[in-house]
Design a protein around this ligand. Structure first.
Ligand SMILES: O=C(O)CCC(=O)C(=O)O
Length: 281
């Protein structure tokens, strides 16, 4: 396991950066993970993809391999359970501290992580969506997605695009094709006249977005992989609202401790990754 040393870089945000996140719905952070850490994450993500697990637990979900479909966007959920290096990154206090400042809260819990691999010259379209649309078992939209780039992202590698300010427009209906299986990017409604911002980041940088920010990504037509390790996190204030199925609901009930409807999330499925009282400097 690679020890992801803490702290390595400053994670203190300025008031201007927080105000810009509230205005635009995203925040692009400089390099939070070193080249050595990124390389370790690539190696460990590859191991998990091929079924080599360090722990006695498996990830919570794996959508298949590129052997079945070379264009497939590989998605593996909750790698943190299977691999200690991936756990250290998904639950890094660097991520937790920044997320806490963006959400204006003192406690951050893991919602779930996801390794995403859009292969070179492949990887279909991830259609426009809002993360919280899939997470209605969280009663409050107090979430941030922290997208850790494991490769430099180029204009032709199928970068994620944000629609700036879309988080202020409320919840849109759930789209079809979220799984990265679309052939083409759907045309945006003409009245959605928002700036499209491509996330062109270097490996080790982290892009943070609000749970209501519309985003998606096109095909990877380039010659390089586009891998990302994503830590989806929530405020410690979030409460459980049953109704819409989610894999977390199934897995949380495998433990002795999990929230009842209306209670705050707690229990081993949702580890605390930042607590200002304990970890704040
Ligand atoms: O990486 C992508 O193309 C999409 C990622 C995404 O939808 C997310 O992390 O919420």
């Amino acid at each position: 396991m690679l020890a992801i040393a803490e702290p390595q870089v400053s994670t203190e945000l300025s008031a201007e950066e927080i105000a810009a996140f509230n205005e635009k719905g995203y925040h692009i952070q400089g390099k939070l993970f070193s080249d050595e850490e990124v390389e370790a994450l690539r190696v460990h993500a590859d191991r998990v993809t091929h079924g080599f697990f360090e722990n006695d637990q498996r990830p919570d979900g794996h959508n298949g391999t590129q052997k079945e479909d070379p264009l497939k966007v590989i998605k593996i959920d909750n790698c943190w359970k299977a691999d200690r290096t991936m756990a250290a990154a998904a639950m890094s206090p660097r991520i937790g501290h920044i997320a806490a400042q963006l959400l204006g809260t003192s406690v951050i819990r893991m919602w779930h992580d996801q390794f995403l691999h859009k292969p070179a010259r492949g990887g279909k379209v991830v259609t426009w969506h809002q993360d919280w649309a899939y997470w209605q078992m969280l009663a409050e939209c107090r979430t941030v997605t922290c997208w850790i780039a494991l490769d430099d992202v180029h204009p032709d590698s199928g970068p994620m695009d944000y629609l700036e300010g879309s988080h202020k427009l409320g919840l849109f209906p759930l789209p079809k094709g979220i799984t990265g299986d679309d052939e083409q990017f759907p045309v945006l409604p003409p009245d959605l006249n928002l700036k499209k911002v491509p996330v062109l980041v270097k490996a080790g940088q982290v892009a943070f977005h609000h749970g209501l920010t519309l985003h998606g990504s096109g095909r990877n037509t380039g010659n390089t992989h586009r891998r990302a390790f994503v830590s989806h996190v929530m405020s410690g204030e979030c409460t459980y609202k049953p109704g819409q199925p989610h894999h977390n609901e199934h897995w949380m009930k495998k433990h002795e401790t999990y929230p009842q409807p209306g209670e705050r999330f707690h229990g081993p499925q949702f580890p605390v990754i930042w607590d200002e009282k304990v970890m704040g400097r």
